[in-house]
Ligand binder design. Sequence first.
Ligand code: NAP
Ligand code: ZN
Length: 366
Amino acid sequence: MFEYCMPGKIFFGTDCIKQHGAQLKKLGKKACLVTGKNSAKQNGSLQDMQSALQENGVDYVVFDQVSSNPSVELVREAAGLVRAARADMVVGIGGGSPLDAAKAIAILAANEISDADLFSGVYQKPVLPVVAVPTTAGTGSEVTQYSILTNKSAESKTSIASEAIFPRLAFVDARYTAKLPLSVTIHTAIDALSHAVEGYLAVKASPVSSLFAARSIQILGECLPRLRQEINPALREKLLYASLLAGIVIAHTGTTAVHSLGYSLTYFKNIDHGRANGLLLYEFLRFIAGQQPAKVEEVVGLLGCKDLAEVGCLLDSLLGERDRLAAGEIECFAGKALTTKNIQNTLIQPTQRELENILRNSLPTI
Ligand code: NAP
Ligand code: ZN
């Protein structure tokens, strides 16, 4: 038995905002555009959205203060702006950070609630409709019901999961990713790979989610070895497509131990989200291969590698010198990961000791 549901409309391809901008007026009369500080202004995505809104008679305000790994405080501030402006829809434009912020803002603009209620995923008043325009190729947030926020009280990143924040519209145009810096390109592509691989190896995997995951892994297997060479527009589009597929995967399967451990690397060590996953992925696959070798061999084959060691070499070539951990951090991060739901979603559920081993073997100690 399985379930499959993708409630939003996806428009993929060059100029999709321009061509399908009329969809926006079905969602509201005034939008709040949520972006990071710079990139949306530079890559044309903000301008395209502003033009589409103007053409379709939708008014807007802009909140352009989202930083990476947005915090609960930041989304509360923006929700105040949305209420004051009487906006009735929220458009996230950017990497995963502005997209996730937009989703949380859409909840908080309609519901003045505590942090605990925000993370509960259940809201009394209807959440404002969300539109997503990804400008990185990695998180798949344009097609997920998740918003991941920096949560100081939990000293971690905490997920909101609610169908109410599934973007109603996703405009996915690879032109916006044309000038992504190499490090962001690599880290976000590895995030997409991590989503597809974790989804393929998740307890909640289904025949349909695995179709999407397998295709995403295959495409990334073709793209990843080329990232340190010249990246052309066709390659950018393939990365964005693979990331979209991987987003559809985790919308159904959730993530697993890699993301659970990765959140501490981001929260405490300031390591980019995708990089954090990439640092852990090879050791995670080795761990799963201990009990499910055939499943891991499938992943290796889909990537076009001859064995798991070759996957390790590919990741090493992309990640460069590895970040370091202090001895005490290993125990602490493993303990934090063990309390998350994603651990139960891992095909072979790791113990504290096994999580510590994954960390120890992935990041050299100081
Ligand atoms: P990000 O934090 O959104 O952005 C990273 C950097 O890339 C920022 O400096 C940003 O600049 C820049 N940037 C974005 N688009 C650009 C472009 N087209 N050209 C040049 N620079 C660009 O990074 P991300 O990896 O995409 O997102 C990470 C976040 O997503 C994390 O918080 C993670 O937890 C979350 N996530 C969510 C899901 C989900 O399902 N909801 C899944 C995975 C990860 P500006 O600040 O100027 O825009
Ligand atoms: Zn991720």
